[in-house]
Design a binder for this molecule. Structure first.
Ligand code: 5FX
Length: 535
């Protein structure tokens, strides 16, 4: 039955990222049939965001208005309908969300969601459901005190990592919750449900509280990643009665409900359309890139840069990186590190050294040799996650290890790109990722000059996903996977579900001479990194 239904079916993936809400529609041969997006700053200027967020005066707090995500969903659906997408043939929808961000829903919000009206904008109907108007997002780094407290109460950073997959990180939701419980007890008290961005977006579609999936749930410092259940101690050190506010976590391939009648009426979805658990953007990218073999790694270059891979046995580090439950294989894990100074920092150097032009940036980058004549730069424009450097600043060293004020513009372009990849290579090794091939994705993966540096720094071939939007595509693939599991009545391995999906194209092989240069440079980079002031 599943086979016959599959032929005519479409699968929808949404990606609620930091700066935009995107949609990708695929058919059952994984061909992309439609793509559209809502950019928060441009399309919803009334929320006054920059890059989708509000940065607060303390330099550490970063939030987004939760209602903006609601308004964006209607706008996105309008665009799909106006573009005549065959929404009536969508068999399942799933989604991706920026990780760690939390949405705080007041008592009674569930009933409001249940009763969504097809005739009214979502924004009007839902403006009263938030206990907190401004949702903390992953860029927030204001919870250092809560992190130290968690590590102390749980028996140290390594212990926290052993249980939850990561030591305590400022952006991880458990620490954000601890902060709000402490500083805004009234908000905590009136909150009925704390959702992640991913599970919140799923809730808008089902018209009910959708569960947090185990993969995105691993980014909270609250889930025991081996038992795949909330950890008692981790919850207790956060705040009281937390389990009931979070609900039970669900496997990532689970059906969390059918689409609410509102969307059937207003947008002609089939009332049978399944909603598959939404997950985090990095887990969804892993699905979109079909990373299943150990040491097949991916680098996603977006607002943040992340590097990740599927792994079998988790070996969490009490110093850096993260282990999450794998989003497509309930028995496996994924390892990941996140570098906060990603595209915005590259853009900063582009503006400073290449008159704001990517063409000029690339020309300058290509005019310099691998290894940059020994010049190494650290561009910490935002408090950095990997390695943890809270104090912002730019640090430059020449070939003799002397601190210098500036590089010439061409050296500047190479220093930012090489520095980012050297940091990834160095720190990925420490969480058990030793890449044999890399799939590049995200905005900057269309920049071939940058990809060439990536291949040389890591000394492995680099492939590109034709679809730069791997999180939204991954969400669509997960919609298909979850639907197939539901139709068959048992778990179907993701690799089997994805058979026939298009191959990825190789972009570059490493050049042996460059590779040797970077092997040597990595040690110098590690030494210099120790000299950077961290706080
Ligand atoms: C991962 O841990 C991160 O914090 C970021 O990559 C966000 O998921 C970006 F949305």
């Amino acid at each position: 039955m599943a086979d016959a239904q599959m032929k005519n079916a479409f699968f929808l993936g949404l990606d609620s990222s930091t700066q935009s809400l995107k949609a990708v529609l695929i058919d059952s041969s994984f061909r992309v049939q439609g793509e559209t997006a809502v950019n928060f700053d441009r399309d919803l200027p009334r929320f006054g965001t920059e890059g989708g967020v509000h940065r607060h005066a303390d330099g550490l707090t970063v939030t987004s208005p939760a209602l903006m995500w609601v308004a964006a969903l209607d706008l996105l659906l309008d665009r799909m309908r106006d573009g005549r997408w065959p929404l009536n043939r969508v068999a399942a929808v799933s989604g991706s969300g920026q990780q760690h961000g939390s949405v705080w829903l007041v008592r009674g919000a569930r009933q409001v969601l249940n009763r969504l009206d097809p005739g009214l904008p979502l924004e009007k109907q839902l403006e009263g459901i938030f206990a907190l108007r401004d949702s903390p997002v992953w860029m927030d780094s204001s919870t250092t005190a809560e992190c130290r407290e968690r590590e102390e109460k749980m028996g140290g950073a390594q212990r926290v990592a052993d249980i939850t997959g990561s030591r305590a990180y400022e952006r991880f939701t458990g620490n954000q919750i601890a902060k709000i419980f402490k500083r805004q007890p009234d908000v905590y008290g009136k909150t009925e449900r704390i959702a992640l961005v991913s599970s919140f977006m799923a809730s808008l579609l089902t018209g009910d509280y959708a569960p947090i999936d185990m993969s995105d749930g691993s980014g909270m410092n609250l889930l025991d990643i081996r038992r795949r259940a909330w950890d008692r101690l981790a919850m207790d050190v956060t705040s009281p009665n937390l389990a009931e506010k979070l609900g039970e976590p669900s496997p990532s391939h689970a059906v969390v409900g059918r689409i609410h009648g509102r969307y059937a009426k207003a947008y002609s979805f089939s009332p049978n359309c399944f909603v598959i658990a939404f997950s985090g953007d990095n887990p969804c990218s892993l699905a979109g890139l079909r990373l299943q073999k150990v040491n097949d790694a991916a680098i996603s270059m977006g607002t943040s840069d992340t590097m990740f891979a599927s792994i079998g046995t988790p070996r969490p580090s009490g110093e850096e990186g993260h282990i999450f439950v794998n989003p497509v294989d309930p028995e496996a894990y994924m390892a990941m590190l996140c570098i906060k100074n990603g595209s915005l920092t590259r853009e900063y150097v582009r503006d400073m050294a290449a008159s704001g032009s990517w063409d000029e940036f690339n020309r300058k980058l290509e005019s310099t040799p691998p290894g940059n004549n020994g010049n190494i730069g650290f561009y910490i424009r935002e408090p950095e996650i990997t390695p943890p450097i809270l104090k912002t600043g730019i640090y430059r060293f020449d070939g003799a290890g002397r601190s210098v004020e500036a590089f010439d513009p061409a050296a500047e372009t190479r220093a930012v790109v090489e520095g980012q990849f050297l940091a990834m290579r160095l720190h990925a090794r420490k969480i058990g990722i030793s890449a044999e091939k890399i799939l590049a994705t995200g905005g900057a993966s269309s920049n071939r000059s940058i990809l060439k540096v990536m291949a040389d720094v890591f000394g492995v071939p680099v492939y590109v996903a034709e679809q730069a939007n791997s999180a939204a595509l991954g969400a669509a693939c997960r919609a298909f996977h979850g639907w197939l599991c539901a139709m068959k009545g048992s778990f179907v391995p993701f690799a089997a579900a994805m058979e026939g999906a298009p191959e990825f194209q190789m972009a570059f092989r490493p050049e042996p001479a460059a590779q040797r240069t970077y092997d040597a440079m990595l040690e110098r980079y590690e030494e210099l990194e120790k000299r950077i002031p961290k706080k």
